[in-house]
Design a protein around this ligand. Structure first.
Ligand code: HAM
Length: 421
């Protein structure tokens, strides 16, 4: 029978890799919680309407990349393509704003986008994200950006670049869009078909197109940073001041347009020169109108998400995992026969209860094969249980690193390993 394979763009997380994820997740949790963020988990699927309303119907994510299906009750559901909309839905539904002040939330989990698969671009991928809900202040933008950069740096990463822009607000952006359309109108025929389609619906996305001709047409386009209203300009200047004071280098990119429609004012991305074409490690921005769009009270907020697979690629390429591979078991218990196995079984269980990582033979292989297994598992010590050991209640512990042998009474085995720790 033909074996069934996984779906393109998804990945198995194999045991050899799992510890790398645990490591990344532990750093992420520590950094988030140290900065005062608390975890939120929301369902993996939501009503399709949430993403249409939250992210924007005309975005690539919503119009082309969502995994949408109808359930048995004929409700349209979608596997979340990102989590900001879900978190805001939950924030409104659970009245999290009632606690007062700001809500600082973080999450880590799988997201789904039906994209063309390539290195660093998957259909099921994972994000770590944070959302700071309820502050209009530039200090909030700076805090969020700082958390992102400092966390990436804490993994040992260096070749990172922070790109920063302001995409304006509901007052200055419509004006800028018209200015932009006036610029592109006479050059429309030169643009790629996708950008021609964007001209009416979302002309700012043309600035972001990777097509070489579009790029050259866009090169002289008017910049949003020259058309911000006073409120957006003041906010943007203040964000820059905060970052400068925190010694965070940044590059203003007036053509940075994020792929999700909810952003207002600050938009940012962190790219790595070590990644290929999918060079964005993470991105985010301010979204002051989203909660209102989803039916809540106006609540200014800001956040980001990073792609964990992309972070993993970087850490692997830079060899930043090298000293962190997990240790083998403390002890491998080899046995001659099933009766020896039965006799030693409680000892093995007690060692484990005491926190000593113990393996025992489960297949009934020869002693030679069990030694090879202990070696493969990188066990620190091995002991062999036979008639004599059970009779004298004394085993000989062999240290695998140097072959040295130590006789130990079975009743003192736990203490022996505890003293080593
Ligand atoms: P985003 O830029 O769409 O933002 O995604 C954030 C990060 O997720 C990207 O920079 C990238 O590292 C990773 N990512 C996105 N798509 C893929 C994919 N197909 N395969 C692998 N990695 C991917 C958001 O999702 C916003 N919710 C961020 C945010 C939070 N803004 C405000 N708060």
């Amino acid at each position: 029978m033909e074996p069934i394979k996984n779906i393109k763009g998804t990945q198995d997380l194999l045991p050899q890799q799992a510890w790398k994820w645990h490591y990344i997740e532990s750093v992420i949790r520590k950094m988030s919680e140290t900065a005062g963020y608390r975890e939120i988990r929301t369902p993996i699927f939501e009503s399709t309407q949430l993403f249409k309303r939250g992210i924007g119907e005309l975005t690539d994510v919503v119009s082309k990349e969502m995994y949408t299906f109808t359930d048995r009750g004929n409700t349209s559901l979608t596997l979340r393509p990102e989590m900001t909309a879900s978190v805001m839905r939950s924030w409104i539904q659970n009245s999290l704003g009632q606690e007062g002040g700001v809500q600082k939330l973080y999450y880590a989990g799988p997201m789904f986008r039906a994209e063309n698969v390539q290195k660093g671009r998957l259909r099921q991928f994972h994000q770590w994200g944070i959302e700071l809900v309820g502050s209009p202040a530039a200090a909030a933008d700076a805090e969020v950006i700082l958390l992102m950069i400092r966390t990436l740096e804490s993994f040992g990463l260096t070749n990172l670049k922070l790109k920063l822009n302001s995409v304006g607000d509901e007052n200055c952006r419509p004006v800028y869009r018209e200015i932009l359309k006036d610029y592109f109108r006479p050059r429309l025929a030169e643009l790629c078909p996708v950008c021609q389609g964007r001209f009416d619906s979302n002309p700012m996305r043309i600035l972001d197109c990777k097509n070489e001709t579009c790029k050259s047409v866009s090169a002289e386009a008017p910049k949003i940073t020259d058309h911000l209203n006073e409120a957006c300009q003041t906010h943007f200047d203040l964000v820059k001041t905060f970052l400068t004071k925190a010694n965070i280098p940044f590059e203003i990119d007036p053509f940075l347009v994020r792929g999700l429609d909810y952003y207002t004012k600050t938009a940012f991305e962190v790219i790595s020169t070590d990644l290929g074409s999918q060079n964005a490690v993470g991105g985010g921005g301010r979204y002051d109108l989203l909660i209102e769009q989803l039916g809540g009270k106006p609540t200014p907020s800001v956040g980001f998400a990073i792609g964990i697979e992309r972070l993993l690629i970087l850490l692997e390429e830079r060899n930043l995992f090298k000293d962190l591979s997990p240790k083998g078991p403390d002890l491998f218990v080899a046995t001659f026969s099933e009766s020896h196995q039965t006799a030693i079984f409680p000892v093995v269980q007690n060692l484990r209860l005491a926190g000593i990582r113990t393996e025992m033979e489960l297949i009934g292989r020869s002693i030679k094969a069990q030694m090879r297994e202990a070696d493969r598992l990188k066990a620190a010590y091995v002991l062999v249980v036979g008639d004599q050991e059970l009779e004298t209640q004394t085993v000989t512990l062999k240290k695998m690193a140097d072959g040295s042998q130590t006789p130990v009474n079975l009743s003192e085995l736990t203490d022996f390993f505890k003293r080593l720790a």
